[in-house]
Structure formats: structure tokens, C-alpha cells
Design a protein around this ligand. Structure first.
Ligand code: PLP
Length: 443
């Protein structure tokens, strides 16, 4: 058998096993059985991935908005290996601790804005959300307001898939998967401060623990707040004794051209949620960061045990990888690169928008962006979403993108690794343009 034949036999066998045994997350179970071979990626380098048949693709999404420092970083593998050889893991409950977790908590306190200063570690974004919802309710309870339990979040917001995070998520299909959600979650319009105020009046500020929002909504279609929105939110929360939780799971660690997206608005949240870019996806990790004030109040008021902790909270290897990942982001000026390459991306989107009629609004902030698809005749969305066709055409041409088709949206979204250079941005734009033209011509 030739090398190629061997490879295709291995691939066929893996595809068969995939269908039979691997339940893919957030995917159509039927489609997995009926469709052809999935991409089985075997290698990554910079902004590119290679699959088992040797096909190389440009990763326009950093996988799930998270591989910020790009693929194939040997420094991160080395950091994990060194830590694993010394001490892979030990738990952090009660009086136990470890050096990477301590150093990472201190580093996060140093780089996050304002007085954000104390860190609770999780294994990802959903856990960070559920942890935050419990911590803010615990905080109010200790302060003598046990009735302050409600969490307000926004429509089109995405906060993960644990029960609390699903309940906060404002994308209806995620909520409809099961018929029972956590109580005490309320949703308001994405950018309406009026709706937020009305909700507070209707429910009573004395019953509301926190408002949670992504500084830029990611999974809901890359929705960037208008000027003044988050400053107004901060004020409304302060006036009503409501804590503001910023879910920076996607936007943290340089994605938007600032280290944290809250910095665009000069707003410091009471609680910041992190995951994804904290390790660039090389290993699972998340964090909930509290301000000095909240941390001190919790210390002063709590006399029992904080009965919330994951086995892997403060995982030594994950924390060692995060420290090295943050060092790379700083050393290689990746936040500035995100800002500069983001400008190139947006310029390119605008050119495409001028040329191609099915392109509606385009937007980007740093290296997170979106291209909306519209019917050029009606100037409205097509009755059936077209963006999945764009993504299929792009994949054929060697570009991975995602689409958002919930809530009547028809949007192609982008979030390439922060190491992307100008030439690679041009390649991404060229493939996007060709894919859009191919779809437009097929309509
Ligand atoms: N919060 C936001 C803003 C996210 O985008 C995500 C995932 O995409 C989550 C939370 C959930 O994170 P995870 O998938 O790591 O649980």
C-alpha cells in the first residue's frame, strides 16, 4: 500500500469510530451520521491547521475564539512538561496551595483593570459563570440581603452550558434544549439601558444580585456596544446596588485590541470572568476575578467554609501554562498586533461590502469581527440563512469560519489567532471574498 492509501484507510477507520463513539459537542447528532468525513486535525502551526489528509487551512476562528497565541507553541508544551514532571496537580482546597496557582493569581491581579485583585480558578467559561452567580448571591447573603438573588443578562448573550450559565444565556435555542432552567434569571435587550432600568424597577433592585454581560457579544453574532452603553450600565448598577459581572471569556487576553475589553469603555466590573485565551486553549482553565473591596468584605463577613470548589480549581499544570501564555502575549506585543491587524481586517471587510451585494453590515473590534448576509433586493435577511453556505465555500478554499444563525441572524464571524500577520489577513480576506462571490452567484 502506498503512503496515501495507508493514510486514507486510517482516516476511514477514524471516521467510522467518530460516528459510532464520539458525541460531538454543540453539533447535530444526525448530521454527524449522515455527512461525509469531519475534519480530523492532526497538526497546527501559527494560524494554520493541517488535517489527516494533509489539507492545510487558515483558522479564522482560533478554534473557539481561544487559541490567541496560535498553534504549535513549543514554549507552552515545555511549560506543561516542566510542571508535570515536578508536580502535575495537587488540590487547592483549604490549606493546600501550589506555586503556579499563586503566581498566576498575582499576575491576573496585576494585569486586570482597577482594583480587580482576587482570583477563584475554574476549568472553563461555564464554570466561571456558575461560580460567579453563586459568589455574588453568597456576597449579598453575608451582607444581610439574602433576597438579592436575581441575575440579569442580555438577549443574544452567551455564557456557557452549565445550568446557571445556560439560564443566563440569552440565545433561545440553547435554553430550549431542556425544559427546566435555574430560577431567578432575567433577560433584557442587548444594548437598551432603558430596558435594563425598567427590568430593575419591575423586579425590585432589592431582589437583584448582579447584571452580567459580555463586553463584546461573541456567540450571539459579534455585537459591539455603542459608545456610552457600558458606562451607563456601570452607573445603573452602582445606583441600584447591583454588581456588574463582565464575562470576558472571549474578549480577555487581547482579543479586542486591549488586554481586556472593559478597557475600551474605562469601566471596571465588580467581577470579571475569564477562560479561553487565559491559556490560548492549550489546557483547560478559567477564572473569576473579584475586586479588592468584595474580597475583603467576603473575608470579613464569612465565618464558615466557602463551600464551592472544583477538584481542578488552581490546577498547577494549567496555571503554569497560563503564566507562559501571558508571558508570550506580553513579549510579542500581541494585544497591539490584535489592534493593528483588526484594523486591516475591518478595512478588508468594508471593501468586500462595497463590492458584494449580499454583504450587509460588517464590524470588528481588534481581531473579533462579523460579516452579515442580506438579501440585496429586500435589504433584509434571506428567509433561510445563507451564511452556512459561505462557511462551506470557505472551508473548501482553506478557511475556517463560524456562522451565527440563531435569533434570525445570518452572520459569518471571525476571530483569528492574535499572531496573524498582514499577509495572512489578506489571504483570509481573499478566500472570504471568493466564497461570498461563489454563494452570490449560486443564488
Ligand atoms: N462565556 C462566554 C462569553 C463564552 O463565549 C463562552 C464559550 O464560548 C463561555 C462563557 C463558556 O465557556 P466554556 O465553553 O469554556 O465553558
Amino acid at each position: 500500500m502506498s503512503q496515501n492509501q495507508v493514510q486514507s484507510t486510517v482516516k476511514d477507520a477514524l471516521v467510522e469510530l467518530d460516528k459510532r463513539h464520539f458525541i460531538h459537542p454543540t453539533s447535530s447528532l444526525k448530521q454527524q451520521q449522515e455527512s461525509g468525513a469531519p475534519f480530523i486535525f492532526t497538526e497546527g502551526n501559527g494560524v494554520y491547521l493541517t488535517d489527516i489528509s494533509g489539507k492545510k487551512v487558515l483558522e479564522g476562528m482560533s478554534s473557539l475564539w481561544n487559541v490567541n497565541v496560535g498553534y504549535g507553541r513549543k514554549e507552552l508544551a515545555e511549560a506543561a512538561r516542566e510542571q508535570m514532571e515536578k508536580l502535575a496537580f495537587t488540590n487547592s482546597f483549604s490549606s493546600f496551595s501550589n506555586e503556579p496557582a499563586i503566581r498566576l493569581a498575582a499576575k491576573i491581579a496585576e494585569i486586570t483593570p482597577g482594583d480587580l485583585n482576587a482570583v477563584f480558578f475554574t476549568s472553563g467559561g461555564s464554570e466561571s459563570n456558575d461560580t460567579a452567580y453563586k459568589l455574588v448571591r453568597y456576597y449579598w447573603k453575608l451582607k444581610g440581603f439574602p433576597q438579592k438573588t436575581k441575575i440579569i443578562s442580555r438577549r443574544k448573550g452567551y455564557h456557557g452550558v452549565n445550568i446557571g450559565a445556560t439560564s443566563a444565556t440569552g440565545i433561545t435555542p440553547f435554553q430550549e434544549m431542556t425544559s427546566s432552567l435555574a430560577p431567578d434569571f432575567l433577560h433584557v435587550d442587548t444594548f437598551s439601558t432603558e430596558d435594563l432600568k425598567e427590568c430593575i424597577v419591575r423586579e425590585g433592585a432589592e431582589k437583584i444580585a448582579a447584571f452580567v454581560a459580555e463586553p463584546v457579544q461573541g456567540a450571539g453574532g459579534v455585537n459591539i456596544a455603542p459608545d456610552g452603553y457600558f458606562q451607563a450600565v456601570r452607573k445603573i448598577c452602582d445606583e441600584n446596588n447591583i454588581l456588574f459581572i463582565a464575562d470576558e471569556v472571549i474578549t480577555g487576553f487581547g482579543r479586542t485590541g486591549k488586554l481586556f475589553a472593559c478597557e475600551h469603555y474605562n469601566v471596571v466590573p465588580d467581577v470579571m470572568l475569564l477562560a479561553k485565551g487565559i491559556t490560548s486553549g492549550y489546557i483547560q482553565l478559567g477564572a473569576v476575578v473579584l475586586t479588592e473591596r468584595i474580597h475583603q468584605e467576603l473575608i470579613a463577613l464569612s465565618d464558615g467554609v466557602l463551600l464551592h470548589g472544583y477538584t481542578y480549581s488552581g490546577h498547577a499544570t494549567a496555571c503554569a501554562v497560563a503564566l507562559k501564555n501571558i508571558e508570550i502575549i506580553e513579549k510579542e506585543n500581541l494585544v497591539e498586533n490584535s489592534r493593528l491587524m483588526g484594523e486591516e481586517l475591518l478595512k478588508g471587510f468594508k471593501k468586500i461590502q462595497e463590492e458584494i451585494d449580499i454583504v450587509g453590515e460588517v464590524r470588528a473590534l481588534g481581531l473579533i469581527g462579523a460579516v452579515e448576509i442580506i438579501d440585496p433586493v429586500t435589504k433584509k435577511r434571506f428567509p433561510t440563512p445563507i451564511s452556512p453556505k459561505v462557511s462551506t465555500e470557505a472551508a473548501k478554499r482553506g478557511l475556517i469560519v463560524r456562522t451565527v444563525v440563531f435569533e434570525g441572524m445570518d452572520t459569518v464571524v471571525f476571530s483569528p489567532p492574535l499572531v496573524i500577520n498582514k499577509q495572512e489577513i489578506e489571504e483570509l480576506l481573499a478566500i472570504l471574498r471568493e466564497s461570498l462571490l461563489a454563494v452570490e452567484n449560486s443564488l
